[in-house]
Ligand binder design. Structure first.
Ligand SMILES: CC(C)(COP(=O)(O)OP(=O)(O)OC[C@H]1O[C@@H](n2cnc3c(N)ncnc32)[C@H](O)[C@@H]1OP(=O)(O)O)[C@@H](O)C(=O)NCCC(=O)NCCS
Length: 197
């Protein structure tokens, strides 16, 4: 860290980057941007934010990713893990590898934070092509049935051990803002798309 290729730098974000990160999130998530920014602000406030990375091109923040704290409720003990959310790229810069560059920076940063596992909710095609696997394949359960099973994905890091199975538990902030999984009618639509594949 930082990593740079083709004029794109991926580095850790500081407080000074927050307004630019919020603008990228607003652009990428549209109507949902405000609530995504709200959860990020609250995670920073209660120190549940692990790390934020930004992608910078020509001095502009053009993408961001956040890793925040959660647990796996394993039989032996709670395991500290990370949740990747959000991943966002400014709409006019999408489709040029910036999201992929941000994802490539995640394993090293997550490992440095001591996490054996990183989770996310997202499209299985996009993340599956980038090394993520269904959490269910590793004995890991989603925190809500409203996350379609293939959408709850995990990245195994070198600290992972086979006994680390159980349910992913999100901290309170995600529930307070009702940002866990999807709700109908969007949930039904996404489930239909996933079963049609
Ligand atoms: C999803 C997102 C982060 C990808 O970033 P990106 O920089 O466009 O991604 P890359 O250029 O590295 O890769 C392009 C991939 O994104 C997919 N994609 C998704 N939305 C896209 C868009 N609007 N334009 C171009 N590609 C898009 C493409 O299908 C392509 O996938 P593939 O290479 O596996 O076929 C970005 O499109 C985004 O911010 N979307 C809105 C917010 C969002 O949905 N975040 C993810 C929540 S799980």
């Amino acid at each position: 860290m930082p990593q740079e290729h083709d004029g794109l730098e991926v580095r850790e974000a500081g407080d000074v980057d927050t307004p630019a990160v919020e603008a990228v999130v607003e652009g990428a998530f549209g109507d949902q941007g405000a609530s995504v920014n709200d959860v990020m602000a609250r995670l920073r406030g209660v120190e549940d934010m692990g790390v934020e990375l930004v992608a910078v091109e020509d001095g502009d923040v053009v993408g961001c990713v956040a890793l925040s704290r959660a647990w796996v409720d394993a039989r032996e003990r709670l395991v500290d893990v990370l949740v990747l959310s959000p991943l966002a790229v400014a709409p006019d810069r999408q489709g040029r590898g910036i999201g992929t560059a941000l994802l490539e920076a995640v394993p090293a940063v997550a490992e440095r934070l001591g996490a054996p596992l990183v989770f996310l909710e997202g499209a299985p095609e996009f993340y599956g092509r980038r090394g993520w696997e269904p959490a269910s394949a590793h004995g890991l359960q989603r925190p809500s049935d409203r996350i379609p099973e293939p959408a709850c994905q995990v990245l195994l890091l070198p600290g992972h051990e086979p006994w680390m199975t159980g349910r992913l538990v999100y901290p309170d902030v995600w529930w307070r803002l009702d940002l866990v999984g999807l709700r109908d009618p969007e949930l039904a639509q996404v489930e239909e798309t996933l079963t049609a594949r």
